[in-house]
Design a binder for this molecule. Sequence first.
Ligand SMILES: NC(=O)c1ccc[n+]([C@@H]2O[C@H](COP(=O)([O-])OP(=O)(O)OC[C@H]3O[C@@H](n4cnc5c(N)ncnc54)[C@H](O)[C@@H]3O)[C@@H](O)[C@H]2O)c1
Ligand SMILES: N[C@H](CO)Cc1c[nH]c[nH+]1
Ligand SMILES: [Zn+2]
Length: 435
Amino acid sequence: MTISSLKIKKYIEPKNIIWQELLNRPEVKKEDLSQLVKEIFNDVRLNGDEAIIKNTALFDKVKLDDFKVSDEEVRESSKNVRLDLKQAILVAKSNIEKFHRSQIVNTQIVETANGVKCWQESRAIEKVGLYIPGGSAPLFSTVLMLAVPAVLAGCKEIVLCTPPNKEGKIADEILYAADLVGVTQIFKVGGIQAIAGLTYGTETIPKVYKIFGPGNQYVTAAKMEAFGCGVAIDMPAGPSELLVVADDSAVPKFVAADLLSQAEHGADSQVVCVATNKILLDDIEKELLAQLEELPRKEIASQALLNSKLIVISAKEKIIEFVNEYAPEHLILAVEDEVYFCENTINAGSIFIGNYTPESAGDYASGTNHTLPTNGFSRSFSGVNMDAFVKKVTFQKITKEGILNLGSSIELMAEAELLQAHKNAVTVRLNELNK
Ligand SMILES: NC(=O)c1ccc[n+]([C@@H]2O[C@H](COP(=O)([O-])OP(=O)(O)OC[C@H]3O[C@@H](n4cnc5c(N)ncnc54)[C@H](O)[C@@H]3O)[C@@H](O)[C@H]2O)c1
Ligand SMILES: N[C@H](CO)Cc1c[nH]c[nH+]1
Ligand SMILES: [Zn+2]
């Protein structure tokens, strides 16, 4: 496809009746993966490491008898990472730490009635598995996004799996970032077999309690199977997406650059731009096509742009209605009335405000997490944050005075539910106190 012939779908003041078309995500070929996932899970459950080695040879085209990354490999890879890149990774790590640490809440003891104290404490999930995709780009930033909060939360075992390349290697930057942050074990295993290994455990891979991280359709289907086997997962995180809302205060060159930043992730990415007038939208489109020409990943980005939409909606109430129905992973607000749009946005994974807040900032280094719900799941899921790595345990301590205060309410409710033993647990105490 030549760039000049690229036609991005345009909609001018679309009526609600065609909104469904605008809200749709790119069509994914719905291959039924459940049989394949079940077979590999069964293989790994029964044959452990042998199944991991066999499936890695089959799907990643490399035979690795030892797939655990050694300390020596980690040390060597650190030497291969450029000094300026190491510095940049340190800046990102520090900001991600600061922002995620700020999410830790202090315990608050509440006296709900005289002598009845209740509180909640966080306990880190002891064993977590982090999946880092390996395919078309070495996403070492995802290592920071998952491992930094895991370490801050106090997770004891942080196990990372990522697919090896055909030489049986993992990108130096992934190993450097994992070691820097404090990942406890690293395995050269990807796809379904990695998720199965983390679910059941093998001779080499430890079983974990929760699995995090994005991945392709095989990884996503495997995470759903893991969930069915009793292992928690973070969320369904699919192909990247971005919605930009722009009014006359926006800079077309910036908006175009932002749209392309997510389009280059994959052919299945989707970017949408809502502008308040046609002149602005045309300027953004012109910039988009000019900048696309210069990109090394222009083929991928062009494919994504075929799934994308340029829309004019002039009324801000209508724009908000559209944003909340679309429920994007990322939302950029390049608008004058930032307060109105921020206050009225309900469904979005992460919001970027103003002309100098590119989405890439959140992908790498501002401090927020880039593992976010896609495909409309921002209606009901949060992105990865500190809460994802802990469980909340509630506590209560009731004194003699407390049970005297609360006792009769419990007795009455238990009796009404026909649960005599529940009532008795209170009655025996009240009898003792009233002697
Ligand atoms: N939403 C987010 O936060 C986010 C962030 C980064 C990446 N992503 C997404 O993650 C995905 C990364 O995918 P990827 O492919 O680059 O890497 P990946 O690591 O997810 O998948 C590679 C693995 O897939 C398995 N596989 C490949 N072909 C197979 C087949 N025919 N049968 C069985 N298994 C097979 C192999 O085992 C291989 O190791 C992309 O879709 C990208 O958009 C999302
Ligand atoms: N934008 C991606 C999430 O949708 C995350 C990422 C990693 N590296 C660059 N970007
Ligand atoms: Zn990105």
